[in-house]
Design a protein around this ligand. Structure first.
Ligand code: ADP
Length: 419
């Protein structure tokens, strides 16, 4: 707002000054032309008309008429050395106004602005040489005056218009800056809200296991004579919660580090067999031990630019979810394909599936489709948020689609590096 005001004000002042000075310049040029034409009167034989009314006006000659080139509003006053006005008659009805002007020799050759009877004049006093061919001017003081009321009126009008437009535009600028500020603030407000929600959710997630552990410990304190064996259940529940807390704090740390861009990445050129084999291997046993089928069909070998450890983390999240949300006798499959200049690996399961309305939400932090079911399975809703961060850092994409007739497929896509 302030910058707009300063800009408009500066612009307005510059335009106003330019307008004012150019107006005065054109008036002064007119006066100067008059001065030149008076000082260089052509050497013509002037017919002197003797003035019957007395010696003072004996200068009335044919040249006493206004110069045809002179501006319409111009008046010429001729004074003698003593300040007596010599050309009263030639002034006509203007005399009644101009008679108030006194000869001011100190202003010789200076441009002045005079106000007489509320009328504005720009004037210049010159001393015409004795040798001037026009007897009316020769050896006298000549005051060239130009009425500038119209110009002053124009300057005043211009000033008013400028002030009004300044205020109109300033109000427009005010409205625009308000909306611009709002638009600029939106992402900041959004991320601020997200941050607050994140902290709230994290606190909530931390509170649940802590409350359980506290409850179990307090309960055990009331039974001081019991053995560890007697309280094995309470101890194992507490340990489970400690494990949950551990994984939660690790995940929070991963997200926070990634948000503040303090995570170090170790990007390298690699091919899928180098980053897929290691994380997949332990899942073979885990999945089989749960009476589920694990199928692997990886056939492509493009070159990719990735951080292998981060991709390992991503694969573990996706395979862990597929295992968690697939019931006994279900099938989990990992396969790959090439789509144009992109390499895709897909983790599909025949599990519970994800409703269309949930598909976009599951990638958000702390989002769980069925909160009661997931707290049993140990999730905090942070896995896919971390997976999304990893994929984004690799300029890839992650999406979910249905695996018909039931289950879901997570598709991860990375750009292929062409060597
Ligand atoms: P969580 O630790 O709870 O699994 P995630 O961020 O990994 O958190 O997943 C978010 C939610 O997405 C899960 O709670 C679950 O409801 C849903 N989800 C993730 N993967 C699958 C899957 N393979 N099948 C069905 N639902 C899934």
């Amino acid at each position: 707002m302030a910058s707009f005001a300063v800009l408009f004000l500066t612009l307005g002042l510059i335009i106003f000054n330019l307008f004012q000075s150019s107006t005065y310049k054109s008036i002064d040029t007119d006066i100067k032309n008059q001065v030149v034409s008076i000082q260089k009167q052509p050497n013509m034989k002037k017919r002197v008309i003797p003035d019957p009314h007395g010696p003072t006006d004996h200068f009335q000659t044919n040249t006493d008429k206004p110069d045809p080139k002179a501006p319409f509003q111009a008046s010429i006053l001729v004074f003698n050395d003593k300040g007596k006005l010599l050309n009263k008659t030639s002034l006509g009805n203007r005399y009644s106004v101009l008679k108030n002007i006194k000869l001011n020799k100190r202003a010789l050759n200076e441009k002045q602005t005079l106000i007489i009877n509320n009328m504005n004049f720009r004037s210049m006093l010159i001393k015409v040489s004795e040798k001037n061919n026009n007897p009316m001017y020769a050896g006298h003081y000549v005051l060239i005056m130009q009425n500038i009321d119209t110009q002053i009126q124009a300057i005043n009008n211009f000033e008013k218009i400028l002030i009004i437009t300044f205020f109109i535009f300033w109000i427009i600028a005010l409205i625009i800056s308000y909306f611009l500020a709002r638009i600029n603030m939106l992402p900041i407000i959004k991320s601020w809200k997200q941050q607050t929600e994140f902290v709230n959710d994290a606190a909530h997630e931390l509170r649940t296991p802590l409350t359980i552990i506290q409850g179990k410990l307090e309960y055990m304190l009331t039974k001081p004579n019991k053995t560890i064996l007697d309280e094995a259940e309470a101890i194992s529940v507490s340990l489970d919660e400690v494990n949950r807390l551990n994984s939660l704090t690790n995940n929070l740390l991963v997200l926070a580090r990634s948000d503040s861009a303090t995570t170090k990445f170790n990007f390298e050129l690699t091919t899928p067999e180098f980053f897929l084999k290691d994380p997949i291997e332990p899942f073979k046993d885990i999945i089989n031990s749960q009476s589920k089928v694990f199928q692997i069909s990886l056939n492509h070998h493009p070159t990719l630019y990735l951080d292998r450890d981060k991709i390992k983390q991503l694969l573990i999240i996706l395979l862990d979810n597929a295992t968690k949300y697939t019931p006994k006798n279900g099938t989990i499959k990992i396969y790959d394909q090439i789509e144009g200049s992109k390499y895709q690996f897909i983790i599909s399961d025949t599990g519970v599936g994800i409703a269309d309305s949930e598909k976009a939400k599951i990638f958000g932090r702390f989002y769980r489709v069925d909160k009661s079911r997931n707290s049993n399975s140990g999730g905090h809703g942070l896995g896919l948020a971390i997976a999304t961060q990893i994929v984004n850092i690799h300029h890839g994409t992650i999406s979910v689609r249905d695996n018909l007739p039931h289950g879901s497929e997570f598709v991860v896509e990375f750009p292929i590096k062409h060597m």
